[in-house]
Design a protein around this ligand. Structure first.
Ligand code: E8X
Length: 636
């Protein structure tokens, strides 16, 4: 659960300056976990380490990097449980307390925590050491490129970078994905407390029950408790209910679940059971902006512990070729995004999140995809409040190795399942999250049967894991869609297409033709289809009287022409442009200061096309754009 502060829980944020040092292989022998090097530098947490200092070694480091700081447990935390929580360390992490390893974690974009109650006492100061590791290869998500294709074919062995990489892990460590491999302690670190008996997890599944006039809100809940069992006899500070409420021989759990409306009024209440269903009469639904993203607060009290979670009443379903939110056909307008900004790199940046949501409202967008990894939890909480719809993606990007190697022989399936499990566990209660994306642009064309086997298994797994059973998809790379067997079996067909840019470059007539051809194919599949990436690199300030590639005019023309095609297809349920803003990547011949496909620059200034898009999107409603929801629309 996301750490919160209230009358029963405290948080100490461990953000700030930490000691930092890159490891070039000496840390193990020198025992940095117990004796941090004297020449360590100071670095800010949370943020990627790469762009914080003018040293190419920071920027390009592959391998381990170490952090250390001292923390003091306030004496008045006496009698409480203590947890250390890392919102994300990229990609792998080992955590030491006073030189002793206390936990480790694999994967750079999801939280992990460890209870330290037995390791330290209230009033004590301890040394916290973190070893992060950003190496990527065929067994990691995102996937690293082990072939060294960026070098010189058969002469690779002589290339200094290949030799250096071989020393590390026996592989070349290049990203097989198009975003900079930012690393380190990129999200908050917190020490938090709970009472000895505490609320460990809350699962909320909303539903809507129609009645003669209007509807009631339904909330199924399940609470996981930990520590010694608290019963009504424990006589907590505030008795939650009368002894006379106890109807069975057994003492009831001292547990109370309440739903509060936005004014703080209790609208539903259940006592004594870990699992149940609550009804909110005439509930106000959560609707994407400019509808009202109404939030209820679920307050759980157990013994001396309390935890409040905001959630919304809304449903999500795929029916025929429509994507329904609260039973109404929704049209996705938005972007693929990145967590990416100057200096911070991929570090948690709440100001930037607020700004980005503000820009989404400004431009008339209603949604985005967390391409290509789970974002910081603060962003999802903000989207719940602001009515922005999220397609929540795992870091499974780059599963592919060219036509000669079946990537489904990579040792990643079990780990991929763990990531899906942890992602759902983290984000299951957010009304903003309406679909899971298991991954981005895997190879589904060269090894279509292997791809089918792999992704269908994960698809079934994801459905089973999500208590709310949201739609499940993955995002398909530009490919020969007639060979691809698995994309067509997803709940929503999500396609990334670059007609007019990477292929048919600059030729928008042909791009339109290719889109028409492809959409004829999809029309026959009977599935809702959306585009999850389409775009063109655009240099801000670069203009032309003729709309040619890289000019601002071309970007506008590209979207204008292609969107015209989308508007004629009733099964086409949404447009996510690539990308929201320009972002940093590894250097390369296709990348002038990163990927420039943003509709906004990296500093968040709109490019020309953004103004055009603003006009378009403000005239497209969230609901009923392609159909009124009553009848099956005519397909072109
Ligand atoms: C691009 C995008 C990239 O940034 C994103 O992370 C994934 C890419 C296009 C693949 N999709 O390059 O701007 C295009 C394949 C074309 C054959």
């Amino acid at each position: 659960m996301y750490p919160i502060e209230n009358a029963s829980r405290a948080i100490e944020l461990l953000d700030g300056l930490w000691d930092f040092k890159l490891d070039h292989g000496e840390a193990l022998a020198e025992h940095w976990e117990s004796r941090f090097p004297d020449d360590a530098e100071k670095l800010y947490v949370p943020a990627s380490y790469n762009d914080q200092r003018e040293d190419p070694a920071y920027r390009n480091h592959t391998g381990k990097a170490w952090y250390q700081r001292f923390c003091t447990i306030p004496a008045f935390y006496q009698g409480q449980r203590l947890f250390l929580r890392f919102d994300a360390v990229t990609h792998d992490a080992v955590i030491y307390l006073n030189g002793k390893k206390i936990t480790e974690h694999r994967g750079g974009f999801l939280p992990f925590e460890v209870e330290i109650t037995d390791y330290v006492s209230a009033g004590e100061t301890f040394r916290l050491t973190v070893c992060s590791d950003n190496r990527i290869d065929h067994s990691t998500l995102p996937v690293g490129n082990e072939e060294g294709t960026a070098f010189f074919g058969s002469d690779n062995a002589q290339v200094p970078a290949v030799q250096a990489a071989k020393k590390h892990r026996g592989t070349v460590n290049l990203p097989n994905f198009d975003f900079f491999n930012y690393a380190g302690i990129q999200r908050h670190v917190r020490l938090y407390t709970t009472p000895m008996s505490y609320i460990k997890d809350i699962t909320l599944v909303p539903d809507i029950r129609k009645k003669a006039s209007g509807h009631d809100g339904i909330l199924h809940y399940e609470i996981e408790l930990a520590g010694p069992k608290c019963t009504t006899r424990d006589r907590i500070a505030e008795p939650l209910h009368q002894e006379s409420d106890i109807r069975t021989e057994e003492l009831k759990l001292n547990l109370c679940v309440e739903i509060l409306d936005a004014d703080g009024e209790v609208v539903a209440r259940a006592v004594g059971s870990r699992k149940g269903t609550l009804c909110i009469p005439d509930a106000v639904l959560w609707e994407p902006y400019p509808g009202t993203p109404y939030l209820y607060t679920v307050r759980v009290r157990y013994g001396k512990d309390e935890y409040s979670e905001k959630t919304g009443i809304r449903t999500v379903a795929v029916e025929g070729t429509r994507f329904l939110i609260n039973g109404k056909p929704f049209y996705f307008k938005g972007f693929g995004k990145h967590e990416d900004f100057y200096i911070h790199g991929r570090g948690t940046d709440d100001v930037l999140n607020v700004k980005d949501i503000s820009l989404l409202h400004w431009i008339g967008a209603n949604s985005f995809r967390t391409s290509h990894y789970p974002y910081a939890e603060e962003m999802y909480r903000l989207c719940d409040e602001e009515g922005i719809v999220i397609i929540d993606e795992t870091p499974a990007v780059g599963i592919g190795a060219g036509p000669h190697m079946d990537p489904y022989t990579f040792p990643i399936k079990d780990y991929h399942k763990t990531v899906l499990h942890d992602l759902i566990q983290r984000d299951k209660n957010h009304p903003s999250v309406i679909m899971w994306s298991m991954g981005n642009e895997p190879d589904t064309e060269n090894f279509p049967e292997s791809a089918y086997e792999y992704w269908r298994e994960l698809y079934a797994f994801t459905h089973k894991e999500d208590p709310a059973d949201r739609p499940v998809t993955f995002v398909c790379c530009q490919n020969d869609y007639t060979r691809d067997l698995v994309t067509r079996t997803m709940d929503v067909v999500c396609i990334n297409r670059y007609y007019g840019w990477y292929n048919l470059s600059g030729d928008l007539d042909s791009a339109v033709y290719a889109w028409e051809q492809e959409l004829d194919f999809w029309a026959a599949q009977g599935k809702p289809v959306m585009v999850t990436e389409y775009g063109c690199d655009t240099l801000p300030g670069f203009h032309g009287s003729v709309a040619e590639m890289w000019t601002e005019e071309f970007q506008k023309e590209y979207y204008r022409r292609i969107d015209e095609v989308f508007d004629t297809r009733s099964f086409f349920i949404g447009e996510h442009l690539w990308a929201f803003a320009d972002f940093n990547t590894i250097q390369g011949v296709y990348r002038a200061d990163g990927n420039r496909k943003g509709l906004f620059t990296r500093e968040r200034r709109p490019k020309l096309a953004a103004h055009w898009l603003k006009d378009r999107w403000h005239t497209i409603p969230n609901f009923g754009y392609k159909s009124d929801g009553q009848s099956t629309p005519v397909q072109k």
